[in-house]
Design a binder for this molecule. Sequence first.
Ligand code: FAD
Length: 562
Amino acid sequence: MNVDRYSDRDRARILIVGGVAGGASCAARARRLSEKAEIIVFERGPYVSFANCGLPYYVGDIITEEENLIVATPDLFRERFNIEVRTLSNVIAIDREQQEIEVEDLRTSVIYREKYDALVLAPGSTPIRPQLPGIDLPGIYSLRNIPDSRDIRSWITRSKAKRAVIVGGGFLGLEMAENLVRRRISVTIVEMQDHVMPSLDYEMVTPIHDHLDANGVSLHLEDAVTEFKQDDEHNLNVNTKSGKTFAGDMVILAIGVRPEATLARSAGLEIGERGGIRVDERMKTSDGHVWAVGDAVEVRDFISGEWIVLPLAGPANRQGRIAAGTILGRDFKFRGVQATSVCGVFGMTVASTGLTENTLIRLNKAGRNIDYEKVYLYPGHHVSYYPGSSQMAMKMIFSTKDGRVLGAQAFGREGVDKRIDVVSVAIQNNATVFDLEESELCYAPQYGAAKDPINVAGMIAANALRGDAPLARWEDIKNTNALILDVRNRPEYVSGHVDTAINIPLSQLRTRMHELPSEREIWTYCGVGQRSYYAARALALNQFNARNLSGGIHTYKNLARS
Ligand code: FAD
């Protein structure tokens, strides 16, 4: 039966492979759109609809009951939605010609076939497990599902683990570091890149390095694991390329995931350059009867238009809904992904959305010519006069062509997710920095400021684009002929400044302007960029050619560490 030509789509037989984020949301949505469709979910594991995102916190004993990780059970699917869920059912082949799947019942080893009108692949991703010597030694874990988390918990108890080596400093590596430290386990992270959270730009992440250090995590960057060895004292030694050995009682592999595309590949479905199942904006694969969603697929980046694999729960859930809709005759389209993400690190929050500067540099090297500018700011998460204000670091990137917002990253104790979410929605609506400048956001002293950090980011960028307050980049100070002017107070200047900078504190600037060359460009800086903005404006209004070094010496120091 052909779903496209199916006169009564409502009666479609929809089979779904994978019963967690993408698969479960597809199934439930399909039922909400059709009472007559037959919906069967096949899940290889023992559980459906569990909270993988909660697993690190279960290891860390924040979530204490395993059952709390289970969002919905097969019984609930049956009773509430009339959806059949078959757990421990591994889908091993797709016969596209016959529109059938082959399923192995893992309880009985019986293999059987099921017909479909529409097949949805939601098989997720597989943790990368490099084939290094010793990789299969006991005590080396990946974390993907409830049984994995149970195994890790039990290993911690059984081996009385006191030291863990985490390979990889991305989201999962950092979440696991926090949770293992919570279990009084000392943690070493080995990361191949020069910074943790490789999905963010370097200078936005350096404060996280300090924060990890302050929380007792030993961080080893630009190093790679070469082998795992067990010695006579039962140490699980992790040897690295640089010749170091880190002794642990356990190892967590957190070096990323790859799309689980085996089934799709062997069925001859189109696989993209990043290894994900290729889908169109309706989440349809290269076969008109097969849809795919979640970690397994390759979709378009909303801003750059590049193909991207983005293993995050939000896109998986939304894609599941869209697949259900299009199967059942609705004209829904997936907008693409922006890589909006957030991670907690020992009480701090790091979040980002859209393109990073790293990505822009890579795209431009590949010939894309995306002109962009960036602003750095360090606002309080709410007004400073209300107790408890904490500073956040924010970077926003925008197009110099039309002011379109391209991306933002932030790190801080409070209010970070709120700001990144606002920018995320702005990006999805093709908003510009002029829109952010004018955004009306909620304000009371304990929540924000009348000029919210979002407004301020928009204002700095809009001022630059209008030519009122042009920006200079710290990366360019080595090669500029501009005069570098530090407008901080004398003691601040004396405590550390850019080598080539002269100092005229902002409070003296108006009376000492005659000391400055009128023919030479002047780049101003201060602590975080605010006083130097005032200085640059005053200079511009007095016919000087001035630019503000965005983010002040604070940003310079973070950049200089790279
Ligand atoms: P999954 O949810 O992984 O589901 C795929 C299911 O398909 C699996 O249960 C698998 O057993 C089953 N399956 C695979 N092949 C077959 C087959 N052949 N037959 C039958 N069944 C099969 N994302 C965030 O956005 N925020 C977070 O904080 C976050 N934290 C995370 C923490 C951890 C520890 C992990 C592992 C992931 C986290 N993620 C997070 C990522 C998020 O969980 C995934 O992006 C999301 O679950 C992907 O949904 P999915 O449906 O594509 O795949």
